[in-house]
Design a protein around this ligand. Structure first.
Ligand code: DX5
Ligand code: ZN
Length: 215
């Protein structure tokens, strides 16, 4: 079954506790946390203190997507706050291999995210060290944008590379995923779908999460 990671970027921040419970009830597999610094992306969200506060209101694993410059400075803070997976952008860190090692050394899972224009080649030599690749299917920074259709080929190319090299890597896809394209994206090889507005802008996020689980 497809794994669903609701992104709280589109949730009601004045009522995060209930929002988390709604998607947990709907069968979500992760909580996707979009961390933005106003520098790597043109938007600012939240950081470790918020994560620490919500850590106790759900049992779901926290999947932290760091859209920040030089994320290596904050790995320990996010692990200490309760992140179970940390994903850094290939474009955001000068020594990607070292950054991945510092995540793995803390005993959690490491992912690498690629902006739409970043080629898969850029992670060719570090793929054996990571647990997940996040294919961005919008330019990071905001919820509610449209899926960039040329990313379909990128997802299937990544799937081929992982199969050919027999790597143990999950493919996560993030941006513009709605009920009407989710099945197609999963069929290309995506195993974890991040859904923000598709779940939290809906009337009933619990029901919507169930629908995504059943695509
Ligand atoms: C975008 C974020 C996404 C975003 C997805 O920068 O990384 O996780 O919340 O939102 P939707 O599903 O609305 O495109
Ligand atoms: Zn994200």
């Amino acid at each position: 079954m497809i794994k669903i990671a609701p992104s709280i970027l589109s949730a009601d921040f004045s009522n995060l506790k209930d929002e988390l419970k709604k998607v947990e009830e709907g069968g979500a597999d992760f909580i996707h946390l979009d961390i933005m610094d106003g520098n790597f992306v043109p938007n600012i969200t939240f950081g470790p203190p918020v994560i620490k506060r919500i850590r106790n209101v759900t049992k779901l694993p926290f999947d932290a997507h760091l859209m920040i410059e030089n994320p290596e400075r904050y790995i320990d803070d996010f692990v200490d706050a309760g992140a179970d997976i940390i994903t850094v952008h290939e474009e955001s860190t000068r020594h990607l291999h070292r950054t991945i090692q510092s995540i793995k050394n803390r005993g959690i899972r490491a992912g690498v995210a690629l902006n739409p224009s970043t080629p898969l080649n850029n992670i060719e030599y570090i793929m054996e060290y990571i647990d997940m690749v996040l294919i961005m299917t919008v330019n990071p920074g905001f919820g509610g944008q449209s899926f960039i259709s040329s990313m379909k080929r990128k997802i299937s190319d990544l799937k081929d590379i992982i199969d050919k090299r027999k790597l143990n890597i999950e493919i996560q896809v993030d941006g513009g995923i709605k009920l009407d394209n989710a099945r197609e994206i999963a069929n290309l090889g995506a195993e974890i779908l991040v859904v923000g507005s598709g779940i939290f802008a809906a009337e009933d996020p619990t029901e919507e999460t169930k629908k995504f689980k059943n695509i």
